[in-house]
Design a protein around this ligand. Structure first.
Ligand code: V47
Length: 473
């Protein structure tokens, strides 16, 4: 096993949008200026240049093109319904075996109480994920979703239910005995349809880790691989559900693995946007993904049997985000859907880079990434993922001060009030990790942006006290 330490020259000191100091970056800078897709080779240079501030400035250019001077937060609550997990991922400190001290599974009374508190505090979203519990019946998972939805409604409000990672969706298909290895789509679709009927609004981005088989087999063997993770999100998109994506970095992966992960995600997004009616240029014709892994040239998930996929970027200059994607967020919302009959949902909204926290995990001997590596990885995510509308600096894992720097380096979102978070614990053992709205707004303002409260689908929230509704686009 090799730790990913990156000994290299010290970073340059920041300039204020001054000239590029590493001349090798000028070609990338001109691609960014024209809104062209960056190659994996470009990504390698962005990772190795000591001129990290130019990397951040380039990411900031793209971020401002999309979102101007606005930055998003939401009022939300995370609910980890159980930490009992059949898997034993080496990076994870959260999981417990059934009956092990500290293991828990929440019942519906607990869930209702969480919803009551959430509504009392004006929340618009409940984000719920857990371990792969070996014994809970399928009905638990639909009950969890409908309980959140219905309890909120009984209180005269609405909570968007963002729940279950792709890993859990496949686990649920197995529990419900609908998972067929030779036709994965069938079981995944069956589960997602049932959850949608119960009130599921979108899928969070967890469980992706890093799309690399070596790293998978060493650190999270037994978990679904990238092809299955991408399948779940493809089916969710086909059902009109928006989803997020994460990348867990700074453990035993190499930086190249991060770039491959980003490339696989953006190609999956190309496909999702193409289904929504967007047109782009052809991959092969453009030669853009010439050195993109996987070696077969396709993503390996069902429905991607080597077909040509258009490159669709959302980050070209003077091309505002399409209205239905931007909702109220674009500085100039003139753009219309290219095809009026195409679906207006079913794509990746946000990439969330997650820095590895070693404490308490089996990989505790590794140092984990530090500040500049986090900043750089997030900026590169903004630059590589040219068709993801949003980049989130999840303040719980990045810390609020770092999230401020990240807002100036590609991020446009810092997540929300969170309240309880059991998966990683910053600076201690408490899972109560809450900031109030005022603190989030202050952090955003201090970073030079206008705070906008959004709902899960990135619509501006109009609120009167605790009651809220999405602003008309
Ligand atoms: O999938 C687990 C990661 C993820 C550790 O969709 C760890 O809006 C670091 O996905 N160090 C769950 N990371 C969190 C997640 C998420 C968070 C915020 C917003 C959204 C969204 C999604 O946390 C897991 C795993 O990749 N994780 N253990 C650890 N020791």
């Amino acid at each position: 096993m090799t730790a990913t330490l990156h000994p290299e020259p010290l970073a340059f000191k920041p300039s204020t949008h001054g000239p590029i100091r590493d001349e090798r970056l000028s070609e990338i800078a001109s691609k960014v200026a024209q809104g062209q897709r960056l190659s994996l080779q470009d990504g390698e240079l962005l990772f190795t240049t000591p001129d990290i501030w130019t990397v951040c400035e380039l990411a900031d250019t793209v971020r401002r093109r999309l979102h101007g001077d606005t930055a998003f937060y939401n009022i939300n609550r995370h609910l980890n319904y159980s930490n009992v997990c059949a898997l034993s991922c080496k990076f994870c400190e959260f999981y417990r075996k059934k009956d092990e001290p500290g293991s828990y599974t929440r019942d519906m009374e607990y869930v209702k109480n969480q919803v009551r508190e959430a509504i009392e505090n004006g929340a618009t979203e409940m984000h719920s994920v857990g371990g792969l519990h070996p014994y809970l019946p399928f009905s638990y998972y639909t009950d969890l979703v409908s309980t959140i939805r219905d309890t909120a409604r009984e209180l005269g409000s609405e909570l968007h239910v963002k729940a279950y990672t792709a890993v859990e969706i496949v686990h649920l298909a197995k529990i419900a005995k609908v998972y067929k290895a030779d036709d994965r789509t069938f079981g995944i679709r069956w589960v997602l349809e049932k959850l949608k009927q119960a009130g599921l609004g979108s899928l969070p981005g967890g469980g992706a880790e890093v799309f690399d088989d070596r790293v998978h087999d060493e650190a999270y063997k037994g978990k679904i691989r990238s092809d299955v993770w991408l399948d779940v999100h493809r089916v969710a998109h086909d059902l009109g559900l928006n989803t997020n994506a994460t990348i867990l970095y700074g453990h035993i992966e190499q930086r190249h693995d991060r770039l491959v992960h980003m490339d696989m995600l953006r190609r999956a997004q190309d496909r999702a946007l193409a289904k929504m009616g967007y047109e782009g240029i052809r991959h092969q014709a453009s030669g853009i993904s010439e050195n993109a892994a996987p070696t077969s040239g396709h993503l390996g998930y069902s429905g991607d049997e080597g077909a040509e996929v258009p490159v669709i970027t959302l980050t070209r200059p003077n091309t505002p985000l399409p209205e239905h994607i931007a909702f109220g967020s674009s500085p100039n919302a003139e753009c219309r859907m290219p095809n009026a009959t195409a679906p207006s949902s079913g794509y990746f909204q946000t990439i969330i880079p997650l820095p590895f926290f070693p404490d308490g995990s089996e990989l505790e001997h590794l140092p984990g990434p530090a500040g500049l590596e986090n900043l750089r990885t997030l900026a590169i995510a903004r630059l590589m993922l040219d068709n993801f509308p949003h980049v989130k600096a999840f303040w719980i894992m990045q810390t609020l001060p770092m999230a401020q720097l990240m807002l100036q380096s590609g991020a446009d979102d810092i997540d929300g009030t969170v309240v309880w978070y059991d998966i990683t614990k910053v600076g201690g053992s408490s899972t109560h990790q809450e900031v109030n709205v005022w603190t989030l707004q202050k952090a955003i303002r201090e970073a030079g942006f206008k705070p906008i409260e959004r709902d899960t689908l990135y619509r501006r929230v109009e609120r009167e006290g605790k009651s809220w509704r999405p602003a008309a686009s």
